[in-house]
Design a protein around this ligand. Structure first.
Ligand SMILES: Cc1cc2nc3c(=O)[nH]c(=O)nc-3n(C[C@H](O)[C@H](O)[C@H](O)COP(=O)(O)O)c2cc1C
Length: 200
């Protein structure tokens, strides 16, 4: 059976840095025989988490039920059915952009965290059975992104909530100089390889 790779595209811009890299990861995955699906977060209806924590109250392995009715649950199901994930978001104001963060916060449903419990949220399902490629882009040089911004940490948190282990983190720096940034070939080649890796 074909492996399924699901990409979460959290950037607003089509054909720009994050989108181009995500596409290249998917190309690599498809070349290696996987089936690829790309979800654009800005085409989905995703409400803000209100911190009500209703979804965290009942125990069990499956994500809790959120009272908000939107597309989040469907996206979550797609991700949990996938063999591998690609999660992409740009660096905006020292972190992932608001659109991706809005999606990320809703993953509190993947934790059991009842009121009056000590020690904070616990992953309902500790298994990390899928692989992930994390993608981000910034105006600053790539080398600064992991320690001068929270973007990689946030992308890692998303992977963890979705039971995925990051096998590659692709950062395209210096992407703020042109209205339509051109991603260096070296980074695209790394992205393609990463796609082959997660599909293999
Ligand atoms: C509102 C906004 C905030 C940004 N904040 C940062 C930042 O804090 N650090 C940085 O290095 N780049 C920052 N950038 C630059 C973007 O990360 C960069 O243009 C990136 O290529 C956008 O991704 P995209 O090409 O997929 O649209 C910001 C851009 C915008 C529009």
């Amino acid at each position: 059976m074909k492996k399924k790779v699901v990409a979460i595209m959290g950037s607003y811009r089509r054909g720009c840095a994050v989108d181009s890299i995500v596409d290249e990861v998917l190309r690599g995955a498809e070349e290696s025989g996987a089936e690829a699906e790309k979800i654009y977060l800005d085409e989905k209806h995703i409400e803000f988490c209100t911190n009500c924590r209703a979804c965290t109250q009942t125990p069990g392995k499956d994500p809790g039920e959120c009272p908000l009715k939107d597309d989040f649950r469907e996206i979550l199901s797609e991700c949990l059915l996938a063999d591998a994930l690609v999660i992409g978001a740009p660096v905006n104001f020292y972190n992932i952009n608001a659109l991706t963060r809005r999606w990320l916060e809703r993953h509190v449903a993947t934790a059991y965290w009842p009121w009056r419990s000590r020690g904070g949220p616990k992953f309902r399902n500790g298994e990390r059975s899928r692989k992930a490629v994390l993608v981000t882009a910034s105006a600053c040089p790539a080398i600064f992104v992991p320690f001068a911004t929270g973007a990689v940490r946030a992308l890692k948190a998303a992977a963890a909530c979705l039971g995925a282990v990051p096998v590659e983190t692709i950062i395209a720096g210096l992407m703020g100089e042109e209205p339509k940034p051109v991603v260096p070939k070296k980074i695209l080649a790394k992205a393609r390889k990463a796609g082959q890796k997660i599909a293999g």
